[in-house]
Structures are given as structure tokens and as C-alpha cells.
Design a protein around this ligand. Structure first.
Ligand code: PMV
Length: 326
């Protein structure tokens, strides 16, 4: 048994995954489509040590506790049963971006944990099997396994995985993320999914998704931001509509979130090609082509309520790195 260190990028979904048809297998209520974010990374080292009595998990230099710890241990358990041994592991994981604020840290976390743990256990899963495994840790993590742009089509036989629809070199799209809050969200997406079906808007959103997905797939193929943007914004707003009208209601936005949404729309009226998206948090993802990224970054930095701006091009898939964290 050895140890392995890997790196994964989170992803921003253009069509969101919100709601599950199977809570245990993380089977999504609808297909989703995303782009990996090169500038945001999670680096994770896993080492199985036969002498350990319990798993030891450190995330961002702190011992993991509660739900985060339990989810990592459950995932290690999946790898142990695949490998057929019971050794406990030492896991050290670091994000270079704020976790739990709508930047999809669970996606990169479980993509990284899946590759690091399987490699450390001596297993060599292909991309499809790795994506399936990552999905069991956190649904959106399956989309961080392939490089570039990934489609996760839900299927009901429990084997669903994400596959690449375009590589990272296909299109120089950029996600300029306006950070308006750093606080850890109170209700994470993991439990939020279970509330989706309590919203009267959930079924209406699900009915609209296939049309948005088709238009976005075509827009990626043709590198046409104006074909993607309106559908991406509509789905982000629809997902937040579902969140806001679920029981209990989830309201992730702050006044600064709304300011950024309005600014993006007014910049577009001036001719800038930029569209927004949001994950389960208050921070706003502004998608544009690389030629416009600097202008958008500067404008965001000048908006009241924006605390920082992250700029990311299209990311790679989950991959091993040559060094170890500990
Ligand atoms: O993978 P989870 O359970 O953290 O769900 C992620 C859900 C959203 O980020 C809100 C949307 C998405 O498709 O990434």
C-alpha cells in the first residue's frame, strides 16, 4: 500500500444539478453540464496505514469533524470495499479557495479524494469508474473528473457518470467570480437537494431543463456565448427560485449578490458579453470570453459589496501530482 497526492478543480454548472431521485446513490433529478475551473484547486493526499485505528482527516489545516469527517470516512469505506482491505487512512486536503461559499468545493474535494484514495489503495480506475465513485461522495464531483466541459446524464440504473463534451482547449471561456461573502453556508447543497421536491417550482424547472441543455450543448459546440448565456442565467435563477420556495426556504443571496446580477445585465446592455451563474451560495460567477475577462474583473472590483474577484479559465480533469502534502 502506498500514498498518493492528486489535484482536482471544482466546476461551475451551466445547467444545474438540484434535487435527487436517489439520495443514497446520488442520482440526479436532472442532467447537468459544467466547466472545470483551472484557477481553483483542491490538493489531497491519502495514505492507508495498517497501524491506524481510525481514519485521520485534515481539511485546510484543521481536523475534520461532524458531517465533513463522516462523508470522507464513508467515501474511504467505498474505496476499502473496492480494494478488499480494511486499513485506515490519513487524509490531508487543502483548497486554495474559500470552501462552502458556492464555489463547489465538494466537487473538487470528492473528485480528488476518489483518485487519491484509489491510487493509494493500488487501484487504477478508468475515468468512467472514477466519475461514478466521485458521484457517490458528492454528485457534482463526478463532473470534476473529466477535463474541460462535462455532461452528467442521470440514469436510473445507479451507474451514472459524467463524460467530457469538449476539452479544455476547445474554448477560452473564463469564469470571473465575484466573492461577496466568505462565511460558510448554513445549509449545504448536500442537504439542500432533499428539499427541492417541496418547492412548487421544482417540476416546472425540471420540465425546462432539456431545452436549456440542448441549447447549451449546441452553444459549446459552436463556441457561442450568446447561445449559452440566457439559458445559463435562466437555470441559475430557476434553481434559486426552487431553493427560495422550498420548505424550509433556502435564501443564499445577499444584497451584494443582487447588485452583481443587476450590474452584469446592465453591462450587457452596454455591449459587454457576460452572463451570470450561481451555485448554492451568494457568490456570483460571471462567464465571458478571455478577451473580456480583465474588463469584467475591474468592473467587479469597483462594485460595492464585492470583497474579492477570482478569475479562472477552463480546468483539467482530476490528476496525480508528483509531490505529497505530508
Ligand atoms: O454535489 P453537491 O451535492 O454539492 O451539489 C451541487 C449542487 C450545485 O452546486 C448547487 C449545482 C451544481 O450542479 O453544481
Amino acid at each position: 500500500m502506498s500514498k498518493a497526492t492528486v489535484v482536482a478543480n471544482p466546476n461551475i454548472a451551466f445547467v444545474k444539478y438540484w434535487g435527487k431521485i436517489d439520495e443514497t446513490l446520488n442520482l440526479p433529478a436532472n442532467p447537468s453540464l459544467s466547466m472545470n475551473l483551472a484557477a481553483l484547486t483542491t490538493v489531497t493526499t491519502v495514505e492507508f496505514r495498517p497501524g491506524l485505528r481510525v481514519d485521520a482527516v485534515t481539511i485546510d489545516d484543521r481536523p475534520a469533524v461532524g458531517e465533513s469527517f463522516d462523508r470522507v470516512v464513508a467515501h474511504l469505506g467505498r474505496v476499502r470495499s473496492l480494494a478488499g482491505f480494511s486499513a485506515r487512512a490519513c487524509v490531508v486536503s487543502r483548497n486554495d479557495f474559500p470552501a462552502g461559499t458556492g464555489l463547489a468545493s465538494s466537487a473538487s474535494a470528492f473528485a480528488a479524494l476518489s483518485l487519491a484514495a484509489t491510487r493509494a489503495a493500488g487501484l487504477d480506475l478508468d475515468e468512467r469508474a472514477l466519475s461514478r465513485l466521485a458521484r457517490l461522495g458528492s454528485g457534482s464531483a463526478c463532473r470534476s473528473v473529466p477535463a474541460g466541459f462535462s455532461l452528467w446524464e442521470g440514469d436510473s440504473d445507479g451507474t451514472s457518470f459524467a463524460r467530457q463534451v469538449a476539452g479544455r482547449g476547445h474554448w477560452d471561456l473564463v469564469d470571473v467570480v465575484a466573492i461577496v461573502a466568505y462565511e460558510h453556508k448554513r445549509v449545504g447543497s448536500h442537504s439542500g437537494h432533499g428539499l427541492a421536491s417541496t418547492s412548487p417550482l421544482h417540476e416546472a424547472r425540471l420540465a425546462a431543463v432539456p431545452g436549456w441543455l440542448k441549447a447549451i450543448l449546441r452553444g459549446i459546440r459552436d463556441r457561442d456565448l450568446s447561445a449559452i448565456g440566457p439559458c445559463m442565467e435562466a437555470d441559475a435563477l430557476a434553481m434559486h427560485g426552487v431553493m427560495m420556495t422550498s420548505v424550509p426556504s433556502l435564501l443564499y443571496w445577499t444584497p451584494a449578490t443582487v447588485s452583481v446580477l443587476q450590474a452584469v445585465r446592465s453591462w450587457r446592455e452596454e455591449g459587454l458579453r457576460v452572463y451570470f451563474s450561481l451555485d448554492a451560495g451568494p457568490n456570483v460567477h460571471c462567464l465571458c470570453e478571455s478577451a473580456d475577462a480583465l474588463e469584467i474583473e475591474q468592473r467587479l472590483r469597483n462594485l460595492a459589496g464585492v470583497q474579492d474577484v477570482l478569475v479562472s479559465g477552463v480546468g483539467d480533469g482530476v490528476r496525480p501530482v508528483a509531490y505529497h502534502l505530508f
